[in-house]
Design a protein around this ligand. Structure first.
Ligand SMILES: Nc1ncnc2c1ncn2[C@@H]1O[C@H](COP(=O)(O)OP(=O)(O)OP(=O)(O)O)[C@@H](O)[C@H]1O
Ligand SMILES: [Mg+2]
Length: 430
């Protein structure tokens, strides 16, 4: 037995497992069921002390504290990932293997020292998350989306689909999502771009936020939605409700996956159609992924202006192409020119966001959809981010610049009494 047992050593792990087994046998079932955190934690502490004393293990104060908290997490929470869930600087948790857990902090991936005992241990935590929601994960349904009680988004996928063993990904829910000031502070967009976007939302342009996975689409959608004037009736449609709007008049709809028997699914598309019958002033769709694109475009073209949504795409041009594909998925068999015309007349603005190599998230372009020229949807950048290089510390260097072009819908601002000075579109020398 090592005289100074190191936290995290094999010895530590053995001790922890032995104490856990002891605890499971000795803890009062009633206490567990009552679920009073403070009481349970106190009892766990007692039992850990008791066991360590009985074994005459020489332990440091540090090791004792760590044992108590690890064991309490195991019994009361989601096991080894609990410290990451509690850490407010962690935004994402990725369990790739029982002994390989990454997290994201400040936009960067980090390998953590968190470990599970084995694959079974990960499965146990997954079950702990999904079972209370009436979902399950097993060979017959090896992928599941779920949420933690705090709203964090969870995806679990297990063999045979995952070749790594059970894989768990958690996007943590931020209690107070970023505001426009936060994003300006992070350098995601400039004051001018923010003022411009706010005006675009107020005059009810139809806006699509485009970007890759984790690029910051939902965060920006939330910020754009915050510019919707208070008097309007907003209906949000999402797969997993992430948006947090502060307006008083908001109705939130959330789609539903099929239940264990494979029944009862309600898709985004069903909700979009339903919400058209709910007298919306604004429709905010978390993400367009499929056939709902057609319903949205039709809605936008028939007077439901001011809709905002996101799409998974790598550029504004790609966003248009994807919208076209999605409309085809709606099964109406429209000719592609007709679809493009719908897109060109429905969408006013595409805001492209991206995560750069240094982990920062930026608005890469704000692009006006101007119409059709021949068979092509005409896109015109109004602001773009120009990357100039990378600093020695790995930081991306560059600046956001207006392209010098004034959007065609400027008259809408004037009509609404919103003053957007033309010089925010003027190029500076940089
Ligand atoms: N501008 C930003 N600056 C810094 N962090 C940001 C920014 N925007 C988003 N984030 C953080 O990045 C993570 C992903 O953001 P978000 O959920 O908005 O991305 P997404 O593009 O919607 O992702 P997904 O493709 O998974 O839906 C979150 O943890 C969020 O807090
Ligand atoms: Mg999102």
């Amino acid at each position: 037995m090592p005289p100074n047992p190191e936290v995290g050593s094999q010895f530590y792990v053995q001790q922890k497992n032995a104490i856990l087994a002891y605890l499971v046998q000795n803890i009062d079932q009633n206490l567990l069921e009552r679920g009073d955190e403070a009481q349970l934690r106190a009892r766990v502490e007692e039992l850990v002390e008791e066991k360590l004393r009985a074994e005459k293990v020489p332990y440091s104060r540090q090791m004792r504290n760590r044992l108590v908290s690890d064991i309490a997490d195991e019994i009361l929470g989601y096991g080894p990932i609990e410290p990451l869930l509690r850490d407010p600087t962690v935004t994402e948790i990725m369990v790739n293997r029982h002994d390989q857990v990454y997290c994201e902090r400040f936009g960067k991936l980090e390998l953590t020292d968190v470990q599970f005992r084995d694959d079974e241990h990960i499965r146990h935590v997954i079950d702990k998350i999904v079972t209370p929601l009436g979902r399950r994960v097993d060979e017959s349904s090896p992928m599941v989306d779920a949420r933690l009680p705090d709203g964090s988004r969870v995806n679990a996928i297990i063999p045979p689909l995952s070749l790594n063993g059970p894989v768990l990904t958690i996007r943590k829910f931020s209690v107070d999502p970023y505001t426009v000031e936060d994003l300006i502070g992070f350098g995601t967009l400039t004051q001018h771009m923010a003022a411009f976007l706010a005006a675009c939302v107020k005059v009810k342009l139809n806006i699509i936020v485009s970007g890759g996975s984790g690029a910051g689409k939902t965060t920006l959608l939330n910020v754009l939605s915050s510019f919707i004037p208070e008097g309007e009736r907003v209906i949000t449609v999402e797969d997993a409700a992430e948006l947090k709007l502060h307006q008083p008049h908001v109705v939130r709809l959330e789609s539903r996956p099929p239940n264990i028997e494979g029944k009862g699914e309600v898709k985004i598309r069903d909700l979009v159609r339903n919400c058209l019958r709910m007298r919306p002033d604004r429709i905010v769709v978390g993400e367009v992924r499929g056939g709902e694109a057609l319903d949205m475009l039709q809605a936008m073209n028939t007077g439901h202006e001011g809709s905002i949504s996101t799409i998974h795409a790598n550029s504004p041009r790609d966003a248009v192409a994807r919208l076209e594909t999605m409309v085809m998925m709606a099964g109406m068999d429209l000719p592609s020119r007709a679809i493009r015309e719908q897109i060109a007349s429905a969408i006013h603005l595409i805001v492209q966001v991206g995560r750069l190599s240094d982990g920062s998230r930026k608005v890469l372009s704000i692009t006006e959809v101007q119409g059709m020229e021949g068979n092509v949807v005409v896109l015109q950048d109004i602001f773009t981010f120009r990357q100039k290089g990378i600093s020695e510390a790995g930081k991306v260097l560059g600046s956001m610049q207006p392209t010098g072009l004034v959007p065609r819908f400027m008259d809408r601002f004037a009509a609404a009494g919103i003053n957007i000075p033309a010089d925010i579109f003027r190029q500076t020398s940089a």
